[in-house]
Design a protein around this ligand. Structure first.
Ligand code: HEC
Length: 121
């Protein structure tokens, strides 16, 4: 039995083994990462500079590429904000400005921003 396992293991090329080990490690790191992310509204204070220009002006209408109303995001639930930002990131929701912005945010940024805006009135 052990012999069989050993000979099977020996039949896997060394590079392949390294690759499998790396994949396993990456998987573990990702799980750890997902569990760690907690939104921090205070940390978001350094990140909202790029949102204020569009989202903090009541009734503001952006004019590029066409005139559209910018939604108020303060006071919406953190879950909603987070899923909206991820949808822009993935391209499920299409808006050129938000796509570009969401694409530059990390999961931690998104969690922080969601926490921050959900606490706004
Ligand atoms: C250039 C202007 C602009 C900037 C800057 C901007 N947004 Fe937006 N955002 C918009 C517009 C316009 C929409 C509505 C797009 C649509 O219809 O999907 C939107 C939509 C959203 C939504 C979805 C709101 C809803 O009600 O569904 C969220 C959440 C959001 N933005 C968060 C952010 C955050 C967080 C930042 C900063 C990191 C940011 N935005 C920066 C213009 C902007």
């Amino acid at each position: 039995m052990l012999d069989q396992i050993a000979s099977f293991a020996n039949s896997i090329p060394a590079t392949m083994k390294k690759l499998l080990a790396l994949l396993a490690l990456a998987g573990i790191a990702q799980v750890a990462n997902a569990a760690e992310i907690v939104g921090d509204a205070k940390a978001a204070e350094n990140k909202i500079a790029m949102c204020i220009g569009c989202h903090a002006i009541p009734g503001y209408k952006a004019s590029f590429p066409e005139v559209f109303q910018v939604p108020m995001i303060g006071g919406q639930s953190a879950k909603y904000i987070e899923s909206a930002l991820k949808a822009y990131q993935k391209g499920d929701r299409k808006n050129p400005s938000m796509r570009g912005i969401a694409g530059s945010l990390s999961d931690q940024d998104i969690a922080d921003l969601a926490a921050y805006y959900s606490q706004q009135k």
